[in-house]
Design a protein around this ligand. Structure first.
Ligand code: SAM
Ligand code: SF4
Ligand code: SF4
Length: 371
């Protein structure tokens, strides 16, 4: 095994078994953390594998042919995911996002979506179920996903120029196939579709305007994401971050924008409308403008580890409870005991932390817990 792989394997082992609290904590739909933040959004990673090698997420040098992905037996089954999701929903979760790795690589994902779509919030409403994908398999899967009860999709696309995009996904995947996937998703009604573009200064920032021009007036909401220092393998540097304010400035100069109200509490994107009424865009400024104060997101890894922050260095192992003899009430108490003391706010602290500080090198990888 190559030496480079070791920190990642360590990373996955860095989990804490969650004990069942002696005093039960019933699910009331009102679970709050130490900073008063409710639990509303659960992101579920369904695979740690991907067919792309985006350098900011799964660089080829690390995720090579020797890289050891999780064995199938380690993955939560669809039934296990649905069971744990139901308990999260009882705690107040209203939105589920399936992610990965590349979620459409998980076989028969539509069966999981069908199971999740049958869940109801504490108020009896259907859940908001969505999925983030690189779009490569979307054309083939769009109809089945829609039929299973998926409401909408977010597609990642980092540029319109074929050479730039092929270099960024690092597996020579063409732009045209992702655009086909987006069109297929639109045709079956998986909307409103969002397209996420990670902006790396000097790599694809020349794609901002072409992307904006392309999606303006199409009904697709394009969102620009600041390149983040997630994980420990992407060699992140601040000088490769293009602040969202600059993105807005560049677009506004050619296509005037007006700010919109924030859609909902915990919403990560700041929204802007085209002044001529031809749609909206968003910016996700996790580096230059932290939004930890109302962060209502929990993340469940492919193997059932609960992460409280994208930048966490440690997960909380729920799988041993799911596969043990814990009841749903035990599971609810255990989840509450993890969420209640939560005080994470990495993005707010980033600027004041020394460059190589903890969690730093031991951060969980984005491909393991999803975005
Ligand atoms: N494979 C799917 C995809 O790419 O949409 C889902 C998983 S991917 C980890 C989720 C999102 O995280 C994608 O939109 C991706 O662009 C984003 N992402 C990954 N690494 C990132 C980084 N270093 N900074 C900002 N966004 C990142
Ligand atoms: Fe794969 Fe998505 Fe990560 Fe790109 S961002 S390597 S598509 S998981
Ligand atoms: Fe939430 Fe952590 Fe991101 Fe802050 S840094 S917004 S707490 S995931």
């Amino acid at each position: 095994m190559s030496e480079r792989v070791i920190p990642l394997i360590d990373q996955r082992l860095q989990t804490r078994a969650v004990p069942i609290p002696a005093q039960a904590i019933a699910a009331t739909g009102q679970l709050r953390d130490a900073r008063g933040r409710a639990l509303r959004d659960l992101r579920i990673s369904v695979t740690d594998r991907c067919n792309f090698r985006c350098s900011y997420c799964m660089p080829k040098e690390i995720f090579d042919k020797d890289y050891q992905y999780l064995p199938h037996s380690a993955l939560l089954t669809f039934e296990e995911i649905t069971r744990v999701a139901k308990v999260f929903v009882a705690h107040g979760v209203q939105k589920l996002r399936l992610t990965g790795g590349e979620p459409l690589l998980r076989k028969h994902l539509e069966i999981l979506i069908e199971q999740l779509a049958a869940l109801r919030t504490v108020d009896g409403a259907p859940l908001d179920i969505t999925l983030t994908t690189n779009g490569s398999l979307l054309r083939r899967k769009a109809q089945a996903l829609k039929d299973a009860g998926l409401q909408r999709v977010t597609v990642s696309l980092d540029g319109l120029d074929d050479a730039v995009f092929r270099a960024m996904n690092d597996v020579d995947f063409p732009v045209a196939d992702v655009l086909d996937g987006i069109a297929a998703a639109q045709a079956v009604g998986l909307g409103p579709i969002k397209v996420n573009m990670v902006v790396k200064r000097g790599t694809n920032d020349d794609q901002i305007l072409p992307m904006a021009r392309h999606f303006k007036g199409s009904g697709v909401v394009l969102r620009f994401i600041e390149y983040m220092d997630v994980g420990a393998t992407n060699g992140w540097r601040m000088d490769e971050v293009l602040p969202s304010a600059k993105v807005i400035e560049r677009i506004h100069r050619e296509m005037p924008l007006v700010p919109l109200e924030q859609a909902a509490e915990g919403e990560t994107a700041q929204r802007w409308a085209y002044a001529d009424g031809s749609g909206e865009i968003g910016v996700i400024s996790s580096v230059t403008q932290a939004f930890c104060s109302d962060c209502n997101r929990a993340r469940l890894s492919t193997e059932g580890q609960l992460y409280l922050c994208l930048f966490a260095s440690e997960g909380h192992d729920l799988r041993h409870l799911i596969r043990g003899d814990a009841s749903d009430e035990d599971l609810a108490s255990a989840i509450a005991s993890v969420w209640q003391p939560r005080a994470d706010r990495y993005s707010e602290l980033r600027a004041s932390l020394p460059p190589d500080s903890t969690p730093g090198k031991r951060r969980v990888e984005m491909s393991y817990i999803g975005g």
